[in-house]
Design a protein around this ligand. Structure first.
Ligand code: SF4
Length: 442
């Protein structure tokens, strides 16, 4: 009988890219992949330890699987497997815990699905060496995420990623190009380059810009998107290239975290507010129609009303199209764990709500700016109501009605309005659009 396997990912885009590799390998090993929540023989959980909430979600996923599949082999890997080994091994029914160093080989530690009497733990300090990854990510989406870098040396005061994933290291260029080509051959139109601190890419004296230019040369690729990137790691060369490239998305997600210099300093961030402001204003000038996103953290110890007001002011003034709001979560072993002046949970909730509302207004304004323009959209899937959903390179979520199969097609769309959290569009021409066609029609 075919063996069933189920996968679950908590956390970031990088974790999703890694799980996609596990998925591909399981399929090659003749496992039948079943959705999370259905009875299974093997459960592989890729964990996150960035907040208390993420860790709780990991524990819930294990318990839920054991409820419907008490005999399933439970394998746990990822950041929480590295930092919370003891907590995970004390959950009855967990068979295998694999930390960050051997994460990509987690399946090699499962010679049989026979349950174990106690958790086997495979854990060591993550290496600093550049790396390769066997296989090709298995994605159902139009976009595919490609891991090009891992780890971080920056040691921000709130963050446990340097402990969970280790120090900076980069994926060998030849190896990432091999996977990128295979992803394009499988029909993925857009590749998202991802890493923990991607701007620090440095393998064989190649930079992130070298990676982008090499991936760009793959025949058939329509778009390359850079995932979140630290502000101090973006070179002028990268901005210039983004401004003139037909393939690199005009999109930068640059974490700000706080609009207060006092808080940024306590966070051990490597820039001040003015430096950040000058940088993003220059980027917006250099790259017309740039979509600028950011992360902001609410409730870092010492964030008083003044510091929060400064954050609101910076977020309002700068040309952001949206931002992601995170609540501060105390992490063991970080510098901020010892900081005083903690912010109450109620205040964090209130401030987060306010910032999320501000982000919604920013997004709406960003979308409304496209009214009357014709944009190039890569379509992903059709909703039950007949509308096709897709994305522009500038991160506008577009829906358009069509009886045609638009899956993975690049089409020209005129934006006619905004409906809920999407821009409403009409197909302009029954042809595929060029890679970054954008025409003003009014
Ligand atoms: S740059 Fe700072 S927040 Fe980002 S992964 Fe590194 S330590 Fe964490």
């Amino acid at each position: 009988m075919e063996r069933r396997a189920s996968l679950y990912t908590v956390g970031c885009r990088l974790n999703q890219a890694e799980t996609a590799i596990f998925s591909d390998r399981l399929k090659q090993s003749d496992f039948q992949l079943v959705p999370f929540g259905q009875p299974t023989d093997l459960f592989v959980l890729n964990t996150c330890s960035v907040t208390h909430g993420a860790e709780a979600e990991c524990r819930r996923a294990i318990r839920r699987t054991l409820q419907h599949s008490p005999d399933a082999f439970i394998a746990v890997t990822g950041c929480y497997a590295q930092t919370g080994t003891h907590a995970l091994s004390s959950i009855p029914g967990v068979d295998l815990i694999v930390g960050s160093q051997h994460k990509m080989n987690v399946l090699d530690f499962i010679p049989s699905l026979k349950k174990r009497s106690a958790s086997e733990v495979v854990r060591g300090n993550p290496s600093r060496d550049d790396f390769v990854i066997d296989g090709v990510g298995d994605f159902t989406s139009t976009r595919a995420t490609l891991k090009v870098q891992d780890g971080c040396d920056f040691m921000c005061a709130f963050c446990n990623i340097p402990f969970a994933r280790g120090r900076e290291r980069s994926r060998k260029l030849d190896d990432l190009l091999r996977e990128a080509s295979a992803l394009v051959d499988r029909g993925h139109k857009e590749i998202v380059l991802s890493g923990v601190n991607i701007g620090q890419y440095d393998a064989d004296e190649k930079s992130l810009l070298d990676v982008i230019q090499s991936v760009e040369a793959i025949p058939g690729i329509a778009r390359i998107r850079i995932s979140s990137i630290e502000p101090t790691t973006i070179s002028d060369g990268l901005l210039k290239h983004m401004a003139q490239s037909e393939i690199v998305c005009r999109y930068l997600h640059i974490p700000l975290q706080s609009g207060s210099d006092v808080i940024l300093d306590r966070m051990h961030r490597r820039y001040g507010v003015e430096e950040y402001r000058l940088f993003v204003e220059m980027a917006a000038r250099m790259i017309p129609d740039l979509c600028l996103g950011t992360d902001v953290m609410v409730g870092f110890p010492g964030e008083g009303d003044d510091e929060f007001e400064q954050t609101v002011s910076v977020l309002s003034q700068l040309p952001f199209s949206y931002f992601h709001v995170f609540s501060y979560s105390e992490r063991v072993g970080t510098a901020a764990e010892k900081y005083e002046n903690k912010v109450s949970a109620q205040l964090i909730q209130r401030r987060s709500r306010l910032l999320r509302e501000l982000s919604s207004v920013k997004r709406l304004t960003h979308y409304q700016g496209y009214a009357g323009k014709t944009v190039s959209v890569i379509f992903e899937q059709q909703d039950a109501d007949g509308y096709w959903r897709g994305l522009t390179d500038t991160y506008v979520r577009v829906c358009a009605r069509s009886d045609d199969d638009l899956h993975r097609q690049v089409r020209l769309v005129e934006i006619v309005g905004v409906a809920g959290d999407r821009a409403l569009g009409e197909l302009v021409a029954p042809r595929e659009a060029s890679r970054r066609e954008l025409v003003m029609v009014s």
